[in-house]
Ligand binder design. Sequence first.
Ligand SMILES: [Fe+2]
Ligand SMILES: [Fe+2]
Length: 242
Amino acid sequence: MVDLPKLELSKLDLPGQWERITADWAARGQDIADELAKRVKQESRSFARREQKLERSARGWLASPSGRVAGAAVLGFVAGVAASGARKVAMQGSEALAGDWMAVLKAEHRLAEGLFEALLKTTARQKTRRAALFAKLSYALEKHALQEEMVVYPALKETHVDGMAKHLYADHADMKILLHELAETSKDDPAWIERLRALQACVAHHVSEEETDVFPRFHGKMSPQQNTKLTLMVHREGLKLA
Ligand SMILES: [Fe+2]
Ligand SMILES: [Fe+2]
């Protein structure tokens, strides 16, 4: 069993603390990655067992008269409890192992592009499929935007690549307005697919600016330690919505 380094985010700014942790990670990179992958698997298995147990006890209580009254509420609670732990680890785990904030964000761009392609292949008669894919796309874009808005864009100023920050925030605002309009439009309305194309164009332009200009310049100006710290912060932010 490998001892994982302890990460206390509130103490990362103490002198020497971050350097010690990153040196330790660098020296033991592969065994730590293996251990993290193993733990994600273990957590996923124990999550499935816990979810079944919670569901059984909730169903037993629902069979009673008082249980029936609050049925919807308790099922919502069970779902919330189950979603709060291991699922987060499993959702963010593979990204954490990617090891670099720019690689993580680029992988998320590819994921969104794939979802756009899948959505554009649907017809107006496939309302359910459209709704399911659109829910995935909304979640992917919102989680991605949170990571960039809370971590990467504010940090641009540290390396004087901050001229683009406001522009990138404004692109995200356009994207969120289009997401809202799409959510409000019926999935079989001809306007829906046109709005989706508008959102795809908006995201494609924005992604191109990030990948060909802002991110490589920013990444290149930061030290390996700063890039590693940023990766951890992106990962922590992503866990909030995972
Ligand atoms: Fe962005
Ligand atoms: Fe992005």
